[in-house]
Structure formats: structure tokens, C-alpha cells
Write a protein that binds this ligand. Structure first.
Ligand SMILES: [Zn+2]
Length: 495
């Protein structure tokens, strides 16, 4: 039998129990304390956490990420390694984790993804303002075709590309899509300027300044595709000009070549009412339906304009995952029509933004302006101020533009793993204050001249108002020289 007394809890036994409990607890406490700061000298030293190495930290300022949830980080930072973004977030977090030798102080400024110009013809910058305010037909036949025939050489294209690159970098563009002639030279100059681009040699049924037949151009294009395969900045494309300037055979051959090399296809689509009417008469289909019928439309197509597209066309463009590029400045200047941008976006079409050529149809490379025009053109044409807002316009110049180019895994937003293409916009100009809404400010108030810093693939190409990859004064002097030459060549032609 158990001693009953042993089971009686006396005040004395409680005191002993509590003492034992305290001793047991005390034995565990030093062990816990030792893992933090009271460390015996013989054990492993605890150092402050080692910072991870980055190559560049952009710190301070408001980071406009354009990621899926459109996050904004006020007093944010971005860590970059090589050509890639490592991390984006609050400045305190990024600086506690990363160290870098190069820093960009963005305090009091905006940091955005680099802007994407989805459609242009860069060397035509040397024809800027050659003749404006005439019909497209008159502009082409009396001015541009004769001027191109007399002036476009590989040298011309190089200087035109340099001039365009200067203007694009200064206005915050980091990626562009281009189709012209001597595209190999354009690729070399683009790479030298440190810019990212999708480039294609224009395929057209009449003799071009470099290649005289579509067969020659296709052979040129195949060499071009091979040469630039795997380049980190240059994406070589196949670029049939349009359905009305190419035979069905050339269009089919273009698609086959693009698919052989998994390269993009650049083409003008449904730009004018005439193109639509001619296609209906000749092909019994809209330009979009015709391109689908011949097997060209697909997830590798970047279609410039898409103005004259009906509901069925929009569905087709969405289903085939083709990208469209809206060029509001060009469409207004050439009176081509108003692209149904809100309807295309609602149908799920990837819609980007572009300037089109800088001659006769814009006449500059200013995407800051193009965003403003895109929103206002929809508002006025629909008599509805809510038709297209500032945020949508910025999406078209960044993440939606990247989706249109099928490059959304690489560019278009500031996110870890994407390419470090970013711009810093100053907020100290009179037109920049006060600021209530960041998207509204960017699209309707800020100017290309407010862009202060541009980084492409981790490399700073614009710093403190200076383009680091080009000799600006030399390029501008050369452009003036070309201006005189081109004007003289047209006078000569008029005699
Ligand atoms: Zn164009």
C-alpha cells in the first residue's frame, strides 16, 4: 500500500517542486542564449549576414514595376547582376541583402521598365520632314521612293540607325522592332548602341536598295537569321512588308522561313481602308482572315497597325496569339483610321505601341508622346474620356508591348529574372509637379526630356543626360549633311 502521506501536497513539497522546475528551466536557457550573442570564443564566430553580390543597385525613388499585380514600391530599389534583375522591393530590404559597386541614386524619381517601340523603320530618320501634309500616295511616289532610290546605302542606314538610337535612348526606349533595308547593318549599329531589338529585312515585290527580288531577300534573310541566332540583344526576324506588296508565294515562303528558324514575323496589317477593300476584292477575305488562311498568322507574328479589323478579325488575332502594334501618331498623321484598341484589348489581343517611321508618319521616336496620343485618340474618337486610360497606355508601352513582341518572359516589367532594361525619370521639371497619380503623370504630363537614365541589359547607356554609347555631336552633324544631300538629290531628280 502506498503511503498516503506521499500523495499529500504540502506547501513544503510545492516549494521543492518549484525549485526543481526553475533549475531545469535554467539549464535550458543558457543554451538558447548561446546561439545568439553570448558565444564562447572557441565556437564558430557569428558575423553580420554576408551581403550578396550584385553588379548594380538602383536605389530610392518610386519603382513602377508593371508586374502582374502592378506593384509600386515607394522608396524602392532594384538589384541587378549581369544583364538580369536579381530583386525588386523596398529599398531597406534590397540594401540589407545586396552590395554592388555601381549604384544609381533614383531618390525622388520614377523607375520604370524600359519602353518598347513595337514598330518603326529607323534609318528613315534621315528623311524626317522631307515632305509632310500630302497623301500617302504622293508622299511615296514623288518623294520617298525617289529619295530612297538615290540615297539609301549601307552607310546611310548606319548613320540613320545611330541617329534613331540617340533619340530612342533619350526618350526612354530600350527595345524596338524595325523593318527596313540593309538590316544587317542596322543590327550591328543597334548592338553597338547597346539597344535591344527585333529586326527584319523588308520583303517587298519591287527592287529594294539592297536586294532586287524576293528570292534575293529571302536568301539575305536566311543568312541574317543564322548570323544573329542566340544574340542577347538582337532578335532576327522575317519581315514581309504587307499583303499588298507581296505575292502569296512570298508570304508563304516568309512564314516557312520564320518557322524553320523559330523567328518572329513582322508585317503591316490592315493599315488602310484601301488595303481592306482590296483584300476583300482580291482574296475574298479581310487581311487578317487572309493571313490566317495562308497559314501566316500565329504566335510569332507582330502585326503593325491593325486598324481595319472587325470583331471576327480580333477574335482570330487573339486565338492565334498574334501581337498588334498601335501607332497613334502615324495613324493620325496619315489619316489611316482609328485602331479599335479597347476592343482588341477586351478580346484578349496583345496590343503594343509604336511610332512607325520617323518620316512622313510621325515624325519622331517619342514613346512618351505616343502613350499620351494613344489614350487621347481613343477618348476623342469614342467621345468617352474612359475609353483608354493612362495605366492602359503605359501597359501598351511596357508589359503589353512585350507580350505583343512575344518577349514578356524577358522584358516589359521590373521583376526578378527579367532583363535589366529600366529607365529613371526625373520629377523636378515644372511639368512634373505636383504628382497625385503616377500613371497619369507619366502619360499626360511627363516628357521625353524628363528621362535621365537608361539601363539596357544591365548597361547604363544614358547617364546624366549623356548617351554613353554614341558620339552624339558627330551623329547630328552627319544627319545635317545627309539632309543637304537628300534635298539636292530630289532637286536633281525634278530637273
Ligand atoms: Zn510601318
Amino acid at each position: 500500500m502506498l503511503n498516503r502521506n506521499e500523495r499529500i501536497v504540502t506547501p513544503r513539497s510545492t516549494a521543492v517542486f518549484l525549485l526543481l522546475l526553475l533549475l531545469a528551466l535554467a539549464a535550458t536557457l543558457p543554451a538558447a542564449a548561446q546561439t545568439s550573442d553570448k558565444k564562447p570564443a572557441s565556437a564558430l564566430p557569428i558575423l553580420p549576414r554576408k551581403l550578396e553580390r550584385a553588379d548594380l543597385i538602383v536605389s530610392g525613388g518610386t519603382i513602377v514595376t508593371m508586374d502582374a499585380s502592378r506593384r509600386l514600391f515607394e522608396d524602392g530599389a532594384i538589384a541587378v547582376k549581369g544583364d538580369t534583375i536579381l530583386a525588386v522591393g523596398p529599398r531597406a530590404e534590397i540594401e540589407a541583402r545586396y552590395a554592388a559597386s555601381r549604384r544609381i541614386n533614383a531618390r525622388g524619381k520614377l523607375v520604370l521598365p524600359g519602353l518598347i517601340n513595337g514598330h518603326t523603320h529607323v534609318p528613315m530618320t534621315l528623311f524626317r520632314g522631307l515632305k509632310d501634309d500630302v497623301t500617302l500616295h504622293e508622299w511615296l511616289t514623288k518623294f520617298i521612293f525617289p529619295a530612297e532610290a538615290r540615297n539609301v546605302t549601307e552607310e546611310f542606314v548606319r548613320w540613320g540607325t545611330r541617329l534613331a538610337a540617340l533619340e530612342m535612348i533619350r526618350s526612354g526606349t530600350t527595345t524596338f522592332a524595325d523593318m527596313y533595308y540593309f538590316e544587317d547593318a542596322i543590327a550591328e549599329e543597334t548592338k553597338a548602341a547597346g539597344m535591344r531589338a527585333i529586326l527584319g529585312e523588308t520583303l517587298i515585290e519591287f527592287p529594294a536598295p539592297d536586294n532586287k527580288t524576293p528570292a534575293d531577300t529571302l536568301a539575305y534573310t536566311e543568312r541574317f537569321l543564322k548570323r544573329w541566332q542566340g544574340d542577347p540583344l538582337i532578335h532576327a526576324a522575317v519581315a514581309p512588308h504587307a499583303i499588298y506588296t507581296n505575292s502569296e508565294k512570298t508570304l508563304r515562303d516568309s512564314a516557312a522561313l520564320a518557322r524553320k528558324y523559330h523567328s518572329p514575323i513582322l508585317i503591316h496589317v490592315a493599315e488602310t481602308q484601301k488595303e481592306l477593300e482590296d483584300s476583300r476584292a482580291k482574296n475574298g477575305a479581310t487581311p487578317v482572315a487572309y493571313l490566317d488562311r495562308i497559314g501566316l498568322l500565329g504566335p510569332d507574328v507582330l502585326a503593325a497597325h491593325c486598324i481595319w479589323v472587325d470583331e471576327a478579325d480580333r477574335k482570330l488575332l487573339a486565338v492565334r496569339q498574334a501581337g498588334c502594334v498601335h501607332n497613334p501618331g502615324s495613324n493620325m498623321m496619315l489619316a489611316s483610321g482609328v485602331s479599335p484598341v479597347p476592343e482588341m484589348r477586351a478580346a484578349g489581343v496583345r496590343v503594343g505601341l509604336g511610332t512607325d517611321g520617323p518620316a512622313g508618319s510621325n515624325n519622331d521616336f517619342n514613346l512618351m508622346e505616343e502613350m499620351d496620343l494613344a489614350a487621347k485618340l481613343q477618348k476623342i474618337s469614342k467621345m468617352d474620356p474612359q475609353a483608354l486610360g493612362a495605366k492602359a497606355a503605359l501597359e501598351m508601352a511596357t508589359i503589353e508591348g512585350a507580350r505583343a513582341l512575344h518577349m514578356e518572359k524577358e522584358i516589359g516589367s521590373l521583376e526578378p529574372g527579367k532583363k535589366a532594361d529600366l529607365i529613371v525619370i526625373g520629377l523636378d521639371a515644372p511639368n512634373a509637379v505636383p504628382m497625385y497619380d503616377v500613371y497619369s503623370q507619366i502619360v499626360y504630363a511627363l516628357k521625353a526630356s524628363d528621362v535621365e537614365t537608361v539601363v539596357i541589359a544591365g548597361r547604363t547607356v544614358l547617364q546624366a543626360g549623356r548617351v554613353l554609347t554614341l558620339h552624339e555631336a558627330e551623329v547630328i552633324a552627319k544627319a545635317r549633311e545627309y539632309g543637304k544631300k537628300v534635298a539636292a538629290s530630289l532637286q536633281e531628280a525634278g530637273k
